[in-house]
Design a protein around this ligand. Sequence first.
Ligand code: PAF
Length: 285
Amino acid sequence: MEIITSVAEMTAWSNQRLKAAETIALVPTMGCLHTGHLSLLRTAQGAADVVVLSIFVNPLQFGPNEDFSRYPRPFTADCEAIAANQGDVVFAPQPSSFYPDDFATTVTVRGLTAGLCGASRPGHFDGVSTVVAKLFHVVKPNIAVFGQKDFQQLAVIKAMTADLNWDIEIIGHPIVRESDGLAMSSRNRYLSPTERQSALCLWQGLHNTRHAVKHGEHNCHSLLAQLRAQISTDPTVEIDYLSIVDDTTLQPQTQIDTHSILAMAIKIGTTRLIDNGYLTLEESL
Ligand code: PAF
């Protein structure tokens, strides 16, 4: 496995692969890899000839009071994990070369970024779309794989890719969960054992809401009121948002249909966690 830190070397590597008629898949990450990331890597390996996994803690997508400085950066362990899983290349650009002092461009996707995490984290999605646009230009992938835990991010990247006419297939990878249902996230590391227990309210909330839908409750207002009441029983959990939205427009819904996604964001202590899922899974219809 190769580790590339220079933008020019990364593009030269990709140009060689493309010249040899090989397909490239990109798995963009901020490092601190867990089983979920390795599962994105495996999906990418099944979809292309070679895979580039990028590791870059992108300062542009963190707000001033967010966890940029304390975001875990176990780079050596990450590279070992990728090597052990037959990754081809780790691309880890230096922040100063990726964003030189005179860097002045922002990629903004309007509309889809207005609600949910976009409302609570102003500027976050501009940071995400800007860095992903740069990664697309530098790595030149045919395919890029993103996790569905960040389903709003996935929708934004799909829209950006279509709007800017990039010939890149965007693959959404299903959420990978711990055995007790907690969605895998690099931020789970911040949780104390009791906080981790509290975090299970997300999975339980999704499960209970699916159960209520299955038993005939299709009014989104009532479903969200029940969910809010359930999550509020734990005073250590601060609700950021609970919303039922259409999977394409991300607009709030009033009645459940096959496009309904429950999207949740909470804070436990200083840790912000998100989760989501369709409400009309086959078994809940
Ligand atoms: O999902 C993430 O880890 C990040 O938002 C991404 C896509 C790597 C951009 O920094």
